[in-house]
Design a protein around this ligand. Sequence first.
Ligand SMILES: NC(=O)c1ccc[n+]([C@@H]2O[C@H](COP(=O)([O-])OP(=O)(O)OC[C@H]3O[C@@H](n4cnc5c(N)ncnc54)[C@H](O)[C@@H]3O)[C@@H](O)[C@H]2O)c1
Length: 360
Amino acid sequence: MNEPLRIDVELGARRYPIWIGAGLLGQPARWRGAIGGRHVLVVSNDVVAAHYLDRVVAGLGADLAVATLVVPDGEAHKTLATSARIFAALADLKASRDATIVALGGGVIGDMAGFAAACWMRGIAFVQIPTTLLAMVDSSVGGKTAVDLPQGKNLVGAFHQPRAVIIDTGTLDTLPERELRAGLAEVVKYGALGDAPFFAWLEGHADALLHRDPAALAHAIETSCRSKAGIVARDETEQGERALLNFGHTFGHALETAGGYGTLLHGEAIAIGMLLAARLSARLGRAPAADAQRLQTLLARFGLPTELPTGSDPQRLLDLMRLDKKNVSGRLRLILWRGVGHAEIASDVAEGAVLEILAH
Ligand SMILES: NC(=O)c1ccc[n+]([C@@H]2O[C@H](COP(=O)([O-])OP(=O)(O)OC[C@H]3O[C@@H](n4cnc5c(N)ncnc54)[C@H](O)[C@@H]3O)[C@@H](O)[C@H]2O)c1
């Protein structure tokens, strides 16, 4: 295999590496050093475990006390109840404060295992092994961990940075087509929010990405991780710039909650959400309508939805948006844009304008 690439998330004493390479899981010497103490709990789901759990456990080696917990697949299981199962598994393992949780899977497993690591004995180490494109380019980096409540997504969580992120791009070989496309929505987000040349590169390489060309995928993952690592290092706890990563997310989370988790994939909801944000920006005269059209064209090429699901209730969506974590003192804060590559925080958007966009 080629030499893996290393990108550091520069957080001083908590700095950690993102390793990117094809075949990394079969090269444990490159990532085992991220494990500190003797106790390790590998958390995965039934789908991912069937493909990769044995490889990870074998890589951890016999001199560690390794336990595994395989939970059911899906966002519907990103709950406090499943977290309680992780705590019970840690207790069974007699995990001490130097234990490590390894999260093997997509964003659901990464968020939930990271949340458990943040809570167990007030915080133990964890390592992210993301296996979806979405988790590789977004959720595994940056230390946001959470579980969902029936009232809304990610409402209970903590900032807790991993010790390392191990991206084996070879695991994408088994990722279903629809999940790959959903991950591409988050890749587009980096271009849309702050990197116009990357957006143009995506327009030029859409087919290569859809055909899983390894070089194109590696470039997309690297660029996305560099972008996220830079933003997280500058604004770890989202006092400012990091909020831009939520471009499309206030709308998107509302759509996910309204549809019941599991109807729209997260990336699909974000695709619609980014377009709604772009259309609202155009409606408010903040950005050219042509840029919203350009975004729509790219997302459509990736086979992503570009319209609200039929039967969506605008008022209900707006109500859900009011529960968003970015809001301050009950006022909507949205991420809008000036056009491709220029997202910005908007705290002054009238709810009437949002309703109009949701009603069309
Ligand atoms: N923490 C963050 O900063 C952040 C950012 C974005 C999204 N998220 C969260 O991430 C979650 C979505 O993550 P996701 O899109 O990865 O979903 P997911 O974890 O549900 O994975 C998607 C599907 O792909 C399967 N899968 C995963 N890897 C596979 C592989 N290599 N081969 C075959 N199947 C595979 C999974 O079992 C699942 O069915 C949401 O809960 C969202 O809130 C968090």
